[in-house]
Design a protein around this ligand. Structure first.
Ligand SMILES: *[C@@H]1O[C@H](CO)[C@@H](O)[C@H](O)[C@H]1NC(C)=O
Ligand SMILES: *[C@@H]1O[C@H](CO)[C@@H](O)[C@H](O)[C@H]1NC(C)=O
Length: 258
């Protein structure tokens, strides 16, 4: 390879610092923090994503994706179904398998009902947990219920967070049966890329709907990928503000959701 020294230094520095934008090979424009994304950009992709977890059956769901050679994205809460610290092994398993880790706020409020200080706390408490458990900070957040307003988008942008909702909701959380959620998938016109919302704390989603959706997408010729991949984001700094190591030395007694 005929890199000159300056280029080589720039490449090494870029990897070490994960500096934004430079060296990205994506053909798609960079997505600005604080703007709401509602669908994939790469034709032929399906981002089958999961909110509100992890929960005890999320491990089985990860196995289903891994065994299928498919990728997913988890929008993780700090303290809803479980305390995030109690789920650390499952979160590490998901991350180690190459699934994308993203934020869904600490306690799942409708963010526009909160003032700026409270919204900041919903973001930073989750960020601290991700840093402790994985050594990363996600750059993607899905607002609970998809609710945002101008203040919320301003706060999310201030935290360098990109914002995504969904193009299709399986409504598994609303009490739909697996068959009814399947009908929602089947109603999507063939040939359309998919950014699907599901909830892994719902057992039948983790064990039936999620695995089914992988095969459904493939039967339509769609590649089952992470959120970032379906948006044409190609580098790790598109997904994470930084990538380091878990806080091994941190006092574990402070790892709680009280
Ligand atoms: C935000 O709301 C909380 C809870 O109601 C309150 O204690 C705090 O003073 C408010 N902060 C600002 C800046 O309004
Ligand atoms: C959808 O399109 C794919 C790829 O063109 C094709 O193989 C498949 O049979 C179609 N499926 C349905 C349900 O129409």
């Amino acid at each position: 390879m005929l890199f000159d020294l300056a280029t080589l230094v720039a490449i090494v520095a870029g990897v070490a610092k994960a500096s934004p934008a430079t060296g990205s090979s994506s053909q798609y424009p960079a997505i600005a923090p604080g703007t709401v994304i509602t669908q994939c950009r790469v034709p032929g992709t399906a981002a089958i994503t999961f909110d509100d977890g992890p929960h005890i059956w999320t491990s089985e769901l990860i196995d289903s994706f891994d065994n299928a050679g498919a990728k997913t994205t988890f929008f993780i809460n700090g303290n809803v179904y479980n305390c995030i610290y109690d789920m650390a092994p499952i979160i590490r398993k998901a991350y180690a398998s190459g699934h994308q880790i993203a934020s869904h706020t600490w306690s799942h409020p409708s963010l526009p009902t909160l003032n700026a200080t409270q919204q900041d706390l919903e973001i930073t408490r989750n960020n601290l947990a991700f840093k402790r458990i994985l050594g990363i900070r996600p750059k993607w957040l899905r607002p609970p219920f998809g609710d945002v307003d101008t203040l919320t988008l301003d706060r999310l942008a201030a935290h360098d967070l990109k914002v995504v909702t969904w193009s299709m909701a399986s409504d598994d959380w609303a009490g739909l049966t697996v068959e009814e959620s399947i009908a929602k998938y089947d109603a999507i016109p063939n040939g359309t890329d998919v950014l699907a919302l599901n909830h892994d704390p719902i057992q039948t989603t983790a064990t039936e709907l999620g695995p089914w959706a992988i095969q459904w997408a493939r039967d339509r010729g769609l590649k089952v990928v992470t959120l970032s991949e379906c948006l044409g984001e190609t580098s790790v700094e598109d997904k994470y503000e930084f990538v380091g190591f878990p806080d091994e030395d941190d006092d574990p007694s402070t790892w709680n959701c009280a």
